[in-house]
Each structure stands twice: as structure tokens, then as C-alpha cells.
Write a protein that binds this ligand. Structure first.
Ligand SMILES: Nc1nc2c(ncn2[C@@H]2O[C@H](COP(=O)(O)OP(=O)(O)O)[C@@H](O)[C@H]2O)c(=O)[nH]1
Ligand SMILES: [Mg+2]
Length: 226
């Protein structure tokens, strides 16, 4: 008589939750509104997961990959909309919201624009009771820049816990990717609000996307059925 070796339980759970998360995120995802100021935000009725990073880091592409769509988030810069919080709703009825935060680190931004950005982002991070988690995107080729460190400090100070997500992992050699990941992981361990575990992704090659979907849905507090 032979007994099949059972799979380790956490792998089984992970596989189930990846499948359920993909199902939820491939269902209803609708753009709700763009908020240039906090007063335009919807009532805080469901959990929110926010995405931030330097402009061009691959934020729109990641949102598209997570939701399995071509262009739920515009994958190019639309000038008028770059300074607003873009809100998407997930699920029917709405289970949680994805918040696309304005990109930072743009080279030619006038000081006034940077000031407005900081004010909007800081007040959102500090005051939004339903904000469960933020994802901080970092380009695999560049690693952490000072603007990312400033963002991490803002998140630490607002006591908003965050996951660091390396993007565009397909664009560099495996050895450079390992080196950057190690360096970033070492640095984020010093930040109180950062998740110690790093996510390595490529929206282009769908790498790390299934696991990140499961993490996002779990961060939103959604209990997944088998
Ligand atoms: N090779 C590759 N290119 C990517 C990936 N993600 C984004 N890009 C490219 O990087 C550029 C900026 O991406 P976008 O999503 O618009 O960045 P955003 O400004 O942060 O929203 C675009 O040309 C994308 O096609 C990826 O995973 N792999
Ligand atoms: Mg974008």
C-alpha cells in the first residue's frame, strides 16, 4: 500500500489563494474617480490598497497585470491626471479599492507641484482610516533612490505598512537582479513599516504577479474561499 505524500500545507493554501485572488481581480474592476484633493475621495466604506513609486517605474503596467487587463490604468502619462489619486473598485459588490498614487521623482517638476504632491500624499497616508497597505514600486535596474527613501520615511511616519515591489525584472540579468534584490532587502529591513519580504515582478513576463495578487487581496482583508 502506498500513500501519496501530501503537499506542504502552506503551498496548498498559497495555490488556493492565488487562484481565488486572480478570480476576484479578473472580475469587476472599474475606474471610480480621480481625486485632486482629499475631499473628492469616496466615503471610506471599504479597505484600500495604494500603489506608489517614481514616475515610469511601471505602476500602470503592474495594475494592468494584477487585474489581467490591457489598460485599466493608463500605461502612459496623461499630464492632467498625474497629480491625482486615481481610484479603482474591485468586486461586485465592491470588496476593496485600488488607489493609484501620483508618481514622484519627475525631473522637471516645479517646487509648487512637488509641494502639492507631498501635501496630498501625506494627508492621504496619515488620515485615511481604510488604507490597509501601500505597495512601493522600485525599478529593478535602479534599486532604491533618495526619492524612494523619502517616500519610505513618509510611510514609516504615517505608520502605513508597505510592501516593496521590484518591477521590470525581465529587463536585467539574473545576477544583477539578485544583487539589487539583496541590497534593497537589506535596506528595507531597517524601516519599521516595511514588510521584510520583497516582491520581484515583471508585468511584461507575468513574473511574481500571481503571488502579489494573493498578497494584495489578503492585505485588503478579504477572506478567500477555496
Ligand atoms: N520590459 C518591461 N517593461 C515594462 C514593465 N513594466 C513597465 N514597463 C515599461 O515601462 C514604461 C513605464 O511603464 P508605466 O506602467 O507607464 O509606468 P508608470 O509611469 O509608473 O505608470 C512603459 O514603457 C512600460 O511598457 C515590465 O515589467 N517589463
Ligand atoms: Mg502610470
Amino acid at each position: 500500500m502506498s500513500v501519496d505524500q501530501p503537499e506542504p500545507l502552506d503551498e496548498v493554501i498559497q495555490a488556493y489563494s492565488e487562484k481565488a485572488a486572480a478570480k476576484l481581480l479578473s472580475g469587476r474592476v472599474d475606474f471610480l474617480l480621480s481625486a485632486p484633493q482629499l475631499k473628492f475621495l469616496p466615503d471610506p466604506t471599504v479597505p484600500e490598497i495604494a500603489f506608489c513609486g517614481r514616475s515610469n517605474v511601471g505602476k500602470s503596467s503592474l495594475l494592468n497585470a494584477l487585474t489581467g487587463r490591457r489598460s485599466i490604468a493608463r500605461a502612459s502619462v496623461t499630464p492632467g491626471r498625474t497629480q491625482e489619486l486615481n481610484i479603482f473598485e474591485v468586486g461586485e459588490p465592491t470588496a476593496f479599492r485600488l488607489v493609484d498614487m501620483p508618481g514622484y521623482g519627475f525631473a522637471k517638476a516645479p517646487p509648487k507641484v512637488v509641494d502639492n504632491w507631498k501635501k496630498l500624499v501625506r494627508t492621504y497616508l496619515r488620515g485615511r482610516v481604510v488604507l490597509n497597505r501601500t505597495l512601493l514600486l522600485v525599478d529593478s535596474r535602479h534599486g532604491l533612490k533618495d526619492v524612494d527613501r523619502e517616500m519610505m520615511t513618509m510611510l514609516d511616519e504615517a505608520a502605513v505598512s508597505y510592501r516593496v515591489v521590484l518591477t521590470k525584472a525581465d529587463k536585467i540579468k539574473a545576477s544583477s537582479l539578485d544583487a539589487t534584490a539583496q541590497k534593497v532587502a537589506d535596506e528595507i529591513r531597517k524601516h519599521v513599516a516595511a514588510y521584510p519580504q520583497l516582491h520581484i515582478t515583471s508585468s511584461e513576463k507575468s513574473m511574481g504577479i500571481a503571488a502579489l495578487r494573493a498578497a494584495v487581496v489578503s492585505d485588503a482583508g478579504i477572506k478567500l474561499e477555496r
